[in-house]
Write a protein that binds this ligand. Structure first.
Ligand code: FCB
Length: 460
């Protein structure tokens, strides 16, 4: 098969309204950290802690996307994709996390949304991709305090008012497990707390805030679609031992069932609550019903499976399995397995793959980046999604992580996930070879679809 035949064959495995897109998040690309009265976020504070970020960097400038908006929107348009997932920086809109909105912040997101629509690209907004207004952490304990959930709902309503006439799809949270567990149990992400009891309280408050925000947004604007984005993975035991299997089952409870059961069954898994014991969160009467608001969609972020054992309860890669520059296993079949399992175990709303992609050590050589490993990763994972669709899972779209190389949280700028290479010294962007492949896939898909539509029209 030629390249274009294999792209056409792959694109044929997706339903006709399938959406191809790219994704990013505010803190990772925007920069302009204090522009227009923007408040600091907990990541600005976290970056100042010595040793917190691998290269000692921060998000002050990042990809300078705030100042390069139009050119960056042209880059998205240049890929021929029809959707862009971005996040809104809460402290850019409410510097202190409450009160009236900042005009400069709303103006920026208006320009972003209008610029997308002008280019025929559908905006997919996420309200919270980890950049909590620092004020809420400094003075009110952030997500550990229930009041933050109510403030979040006010912010959500404000955004629905401001953008909901043009943005249809809003995700409340990105990966609440990361906020809770990496941010408050392991302390490797902002705000850097290390306490399991607090982490589980945070997990509960994030979910509660999702329910409150869904209600607030829908009463502000009936037309909006509201969903949430979770990081989900199959969890495997590192060995055949019963003890390792127990650890894996427990981790699956904390990573997958905790969130999925709360959102889609209206109750936390009882076995996980029991296991947590004194670390279980305080849950007020009615909270579980509040969390389980109907979802218009569920966003799934998948990168790698989780492997655990008694000795190493958190994820690690198995010997001999290929890994990305993050040390994450490359396991596309696990992606299919995850999607099929979710479909089997839950009454799901439509799914979107809101993130999938890989970091590799890219180098710019003579104006180009050859990244065959990333291309292979993307191709095999897109194909894994097609396999799941073939088995009846209702997946409506795929957003590649990420549009640009960017600030990769605790790894700083040392890990590159973009399909556009960013030279941070000059801010020049270069489409990597994998990006060319993705662009060709989108083109093949749209060509096939328009071709088919045309043929149907011409049929006597
Ligand atoms: C996800 C995050 C995203 C990015 C990728 C690599 O967990 O949502 O911001 O860091 O991982």
């Amino acid at each position: 098969m030629t390249d274009s035949e294999s792209l056409a064959a792959l694109s044929h495995r997706f339903p006709k309204n399938f959406l191809w897109g790219v994704a990013s998040s505010a803190f990772q690309i925007e920069g302009a950290a204090a522009t227009g009265g923007k408040g600091a976020s907990i990541w600005d504070d976290f970056c100042r802690i010595p040793g917190a970020i691998a290269d000692g960097s921060d998000g002050q400038i990042a990809c300078d996307h705030y100042h390069r908006l139009d050119a960056d929107l042209d880059l998205i348009a240049g890929l021929g994709v029809k959707a862009y997932r971005f996040s809104i920086s809460w402290p850019r809109v409410q510097a202190m996390g409450s009160g009236p909105s900042l005009k400069s912040g709303i103006d920026f997101y208006n320009r972003l949304v209008d610029g997308l629509l002008l280019r025929g690209i559908e905006p997919y907004a996420t309200l919270y991709h980890w950049d909590l207004p620092a004020e809420l952490q400094r003075k009110h304990q952030g997500w550990a305090d229930r009041s933050t959930a109510y403030r979040f709902a006010e912010y959500a309503a404000l955004i629905a008012h401001a953008l909901g006439d043009r943005v249809r799809s809003f995700a409340t949270h990105n990966e609440p497990w990361v906020t809770a567990t990496l941010g408050h149990e392991l302390g490797i992400f902002a705000p850097g707390v290390k306490n399991r009891g607090i982490a589980m309280q945070v997990a509960h408050h994030c979910l509660l805030s999702h329910g409150l925000a869904a209600q607030a947004m829908r009463s502000a604007r009936r037309s909006v679609d509201v969903g949430i984005v979770l990081n989900l993975s199959p969890v495997y035991a590192a060995s055949a031992s019963l003890a390792d299997h127990r650890v894996a089952a427990r981790e699956d409870g904390l990573l997958v069932r905790w969130y999925m059961d709360a959102l889609l069954r209206g109750a936390y898994p009882r076995d996980v609550l029991e296991y947590l014991g004194a670390d279980a969160p305080q849950i007020s009467a009615g909270d579980e019903q509040l969390i389980a608001q109907s979802l218009d969609f569920l966003g799934v972020n998948y990168y790698h499976p989780i492997i655990c054992s008694v000795a190493r309860p958190f994820s690690h890669a198995r010997e001999g399995v290929p890994v990305t520059d993050m040390g994450w296993e490359v396991a596309p079949a696990s992606f299919t397995e995850l999607l099929v399992r979710l479909d089997r175990d839950y009454d799901l709303p439509p799914l979107y793959i809101t993130e999938n992609g890989a970091a590799y050590r890219d180098v710019l050589v003579e104006g180009g980046v050859e990244d065959p490993e990333r291309r292979a990763y993307i191709e095999s994972h897109v194909s894994a999604v097609a396999d799941a669709i073939g088995q009846g899972v209702d997946v409506r779209g795929y957003f590649l992580w990420s549009l640009l190389d960017n600030f990769e949280w605790a790894s700083g700028y040392t890990k590159r996930f973009g399909i556009y290479y960013v030279d941070y010294a000059t801010q020049a962007r270069t489409l990597k070879r994998s990006g060319v492949w993705f662009k060709n896939l989108a083109a093949a898909f749209h060509r096939e679809r328009t071709g088919a539509a045309l043929a149907a029209e011409l049929r006597p």
